[in-house]
Design a protein around this ligand. Sequence first.
Ligand code: GRG
Length: 297
Amino acid sequence: MEIEKYLKGKKEQIDDFMNGYFSRPLKPAPLKSSIIYSLTAGGKRIRPVLCLASYEACGGLNSKDIIPYACALEFIHTYSLIHDDLPSMDNDDLRRGKPTNHKVFGEAVAILAGDALLTEAFYLLSSNPKSGAGISQESILRIISEAAYAAGACGMVGGQAQDILSENMEPDEGTLSFIHHKKTGALITVSVRMGGILADCQPDKLGSLSAYAENIGLGFQIIDDILDIEGDSQVIGKTAGSDEKKKKMTYPGLYGLENSKRKAEDVLRSAVESLKQFDEKADPLRAIAIYLLNRKN
Ligand code: GRG
């Protein structure tokens, strides 16, 4: 499976939709520019791609039908990055190889661009874009509920709060696992589950997709921690070494670099194992797990 080609094709569809979505009139102009600046700054689009790949794995015929739902995930992700970079949070100057949103537009507009993206995501999910794919109202309500839960206090926001509150503290397994599961894992898991739910997949298959997603979520975060130590700032698009500087609780900080590499490999292989009951339509999901293990940014 040529995963690079697959990712490129899906990324183009996602980018086309998002460019079209925000080409409509929106005032004031700095808010619109700030939203577009971060949305088009060159993200990998992993979360929407996972949603599309999972829809296909569950027999969804044309993943283009669910592009708006998948893009809502990228809106939520982009909001989280804008807010994460703010001076009151991680205070970063560089993201995706460019100055962070607040460095360009100022803090107030950056906060509002993040708020707008989060809110717009739920507008998009709930405005029931005509897809022709026969997606039921019940499935739509379910994905809205799961996305809200994953993004909120019991998910990403909770993980982010714990991450900030744990700076300068001795790392411990329970806290680190809480941060990883919630801050990074929750949105990745819901991305994969959304594809399954929209394809109306059976509960046991949805369970396997969740196991896959939890494993890649953990692997993704461990690799992120490793890249912060070993990565090249130019390639990762943000300042390397910032976890150490901010005394963040990280996987390598607790278990060491070599153990972390082994753990990332283990969980990403377990992710592939979780898909045993799926046929070749799940090959893109399998290939994404391996791609994430080898990613350099
Ligand atoms: C502000 C509520 C709130 C949450 C922020 C996403 C996040 C939570 C913090 C970002 C800090 C961080 C480096 C987390 C590690 C995993 C992660 C989300 C990395 C960035 O995601 P990628 O690699 O980014 O998918 P691109 O740029 O490709 O979209």
